[in-house]
Each structure stands twice: as structure tokens, then as C-alpha cells.
Design a protein around this ligand. Structure first.
Ligand SMILES: C[C@@](CO)(OP(=O)(O)O)[C@H](O)COP(=O)(O)OP(=O)(O)OC[C@H]1O[C@@H](n2ccc(N)nc2=O)[C@H](O)[C@@H]1O
Ligand SMILES: Nc1ncnc2c1ncn2[C@@H]1O[C@H](COP(=O)(O)OP(=O)(O)O)[C@@H](O)[C@H]1O
Length: 314
């Protein structure tokens, strides 16, 4: 894979790394008037990273290059979330036509995978451009700008483990002890987030206005650092919708459970399936076993919680 150092060599570049995520609980209510669904969700950031570099460009010029296995699935025009993030920050600090930036992204977070890769890039671009342009921006202001770009962006800025309400963008930290070892199975096909929410609406026309609460026992399991307890209480209200759109996900989830996972869950709106293993050795064995089945494009391992978007040296 192309290293970021090839894409963003030498001095003059500011580099930021940001993590993907899994939703340990994703409870969903009926759609609001603005089309968004009220959520109660527990995010955990995972050690699956995208690296982003920025350097100054001529005023009014915003560009992005993307490298990585799925780079061709990421837009490189003004709709790229990192470009939108850079412009938004500039609009709030001096004007988009007064600043400019060249962005490079090395992606390893699956694209349209339910792991918030685009949100990670938006968060990274906010942090990187603030540093590049010498803008003193508070965490609250960054979160507010992030929420304008996508519901998951405030969490991508913050990382670790957090409870999200509202659209998933109103965050409070969650106490989490220990490390959790995940195996991520990446199917060949994609699932679009809006399409999965639409299928949720079709399947559950009587969904309550407020989302159901996240399981108290999940939060207790996290506080104790008990993967078995956490696994028992993983929940994703979007999973039936994802399975309805892609029934093959059912076979993948069964395969992981039969090969040593404590539990398996569709990550966010999918289609990535996330399996929680009891410890690292079990995760290694599970990833090898799942990889040999031919049920998915790729199998990866990651641990959580991981940090939010953060500056990298050099
Ligand atoms: C489902 C979740 C769970 O964490 O993650 P992913 O599976 O996308 O990673 C998120 O809610 C996705 O967040 P994000 O991908 O940032 O969403 P946005 O860009 O703001 O919204 C994309 C679309 O998803 C739907 N959407 C998103 C969030 C929400 N609370 N209600 C919604 O209905 C809307 O149709 C919206 O137009
Ligand atoms: N920098 C980016 N990286 C990934 N996807 C992006 C980016 N900018 C825009 N997108 C678009 O955002 C959508 C969601 O992608 P992504 O964030 O990877 O998945 P998900 O919402 O399932 O976590 C896709 O349609 C993708 O083309």
C-alpha cells in the first residue's frame, strides 16, 4: 500500500491519523421531521486508521488525492468529506477563498463499511487544517463543525468510548476498562447508510419516537473490562434492515459464531461484520478461519478503544 510518506513527503505537511469505529449498541427511534433518526448509541473507536496529510495551496484551491485498496470508491471532488471539512473550517475563519489546501489520504478503513471512514477523514481534516492555518479552535467548536459534516464526525474527533444521543452527535464519555479484540469481516458488497435507515423505517413502521435505551449491562461490562458481558449485550437495531437488504450477512455472522467469536454484530449500517473475541489469540484464530471461507473480501483484526483524530509527528 502507498505509505503516507510517499504521498505527503518532507516538511510543510501536517499529518493526522483518525480511527474507524464500531457501535456496541445502536438503538434507533422513528425518523424525525428532518429525516434523521434519533439514536442512542455506544461508539468504540478501533485501531483501524486512515492517515491524512495537508499542506498549504493557493487561496481558493482545495484538492484531494486518495490512496489505498478502495481508493477508487472515494470521491475526489468537492463532495469528499475531507475537502468539505477544510472548506467549512476556512469559511468560519477568514473565508474559503482566502485559504487553500492540498489533502492526501491513505485509507485503510473500509469505504461505505459502517465504520465511519468518511467521518474519520472529515475529523482528521478539521484537526490538520486548524494546525496548518494556525487557527486556535476549541474542542467544542470542532465538534460543532464536525456535526455539520456528518452525525459520526464528533465521535471521530474524540475517539475512545462514548455514548451518543440526538443524531449520534451529542456525546458523553463512557468508562471502559481493558482492550477488546475484534475481527472484522468485510463483504464484497456495499450498503448505503440512507438505504439501511429507509429499510429500517419500512420494517418497523411503529418504531417509538425515542430510541430504546442502550443496555445498562453493556455499560457495566465495559466498566468492568469484561468482554463476555459486553458481547452478551451488543445490539444493533439496524441489523435486521441490513440483513433484509443483504441476507448473505446472516451466513457470515453464523460463521464467526461457529469459529470462536463471543458475539458478532453488523457494524453500524453495515455491511462490515464485527466479531468480539475473548482474547487476542482467539481473534487471530478466528480471523484465519474466517479468511479461509471465501465469504468475504477481506478479514482484518483491530482492538479498541483507540484514540480520536490526532496530530502525527513529522
Ligand atoms: C449509522 C451510523 C451509526 O454510527 O454509522 P455508519 O454505519 O454510517 O458508519 C451513523 O448514524 C451514520 O452517521 P454518518 O454516516 O455520519 O451519517 P450522515 O452522513 O450524517 O447521514 C447519512 C444519512 O444517514 C441517515 N441517518 C444518519 C444518522 C442518523 N442519526 N439518522 C439517519 O437517518 C440519513 O438518511 C442521512 O442522510
Ligand atoms: N474521504 C472520504 N472517505 C470515505 N468516504 C467518503 C469520503 N468522502 C465522501 N465519502 C462518501 O461517504 C459515504 C460514506 O462512506 P463511509 O464513511 O466510508 O461509510 P459509512 O458511512 O458506512 O461508515 C460514501 O458514499 C463515500 O463515497
Amino acid at each position: 500500500m502507498t505509505p503516507l510518506s510517499t504521498l505527503a513527503p518532507g516538511s510543510g505537511w501536517v499529518k493526522v491519523r483518525a480511527s474507524g469505529k464500531v457501535n456496541l449498541a445502536l438503538r434507533v427511534g422513528a425518523p424525525r421531521e428532518d429525516g434523521y433518526h434519533p439514536l442512542a448509541t455506544v461508539f468504540q473507536a478501533l485501531s483501524l486508521f486512515d492517515d491524512l496529510g495537508v499542506r498549504a495551496a493557493a487561496p481558493g484551491h482545495y484538492s484531494v488525492r486518495v490512496a489505498g485498496a478502495q481508493a477508487d470508491r472515494v470521491p475526489t471532488d468537492a463532495s469528499n468529506l475531507a475537502v468539505r471539512a477544510a472548506r467549512l473550517l476556512a469559511e468560519h475563519h477568514g473565508g474559503a477563498q482566502e485559504r487553500g489546501v492540498e489533502i492526501v489520504i491513505r485509507k485503510t478503513i473500509p469505504v461505505t463499511g459502517g465504520m465511519a471512514g468518511g467521518s474519520a477523514n472529515a475529523a482528521a481534516a478539521l484537526v490538520a487544517c486548524a494546525e496548518l492555518w494556525g487557527i486556535d479552535v476549541s474542542p467544542d467548536e470542532l465538534a460543532g463543525l464536525g456535526a455539520q459534516l456528518g452525525a459520526d464526525v464528533p465521535f471521530s474527533l474524540r475517539g475512545s468510548t462514548a455514548l451518543g444521543t440526538g443524531r449520534g452527535d451529542e456525546l458523553v464519555p463512557v468508562l471502559s476498562r481493558g482492550s477488546y479484540h475484534w475481527v472484522l469481516a468485510l463483504p464484497e458488497f456495499e450498503l448505503s447508510t440512507p438505504a439501511v435507515f429507509r429499510r429500517f423505517d419500512a420494517l418497523f413502521p411503529g418504531a417509538p419516537a425515542a430510541p430504546p435505551p442502550v443496555p445498562e449491562a453493556l455499560l457495566e461490562g465495559l466498566a468492568c473490562g469484561d468482554p463476555a458481558r459486553v458481547a452478551e449485550h451488543l445490539v444493533n437495531d439496524l441489523q435486521p434492515a441490513a440483513l433484509d437488504l443483504q441476507p448473505a450477512l446472516g451466513d457470515l455472522l453464523d460463521a464467526g459464531l461457529e469459529r470462536g467469536a463471543l458475539a458478532g454484530i453488523v457494524s453500524g449500517s453495515g455491511p462490515t461484520c464485527a466479531f468480539l473475541a475473548p482474547h487476542e489469540d482467539a481473534a487471530v484464530r478466528l480471523s484465519v478461519a474466517l479468511g479461509g471461507l471465501g465469504l468475504c473480501r477481506e478479514v482484518r483484526r483491530a482492538s479498541g478503544p483507540a484514540p480520536g483524530a490526532r496530530l502525527q509527528a513529522g
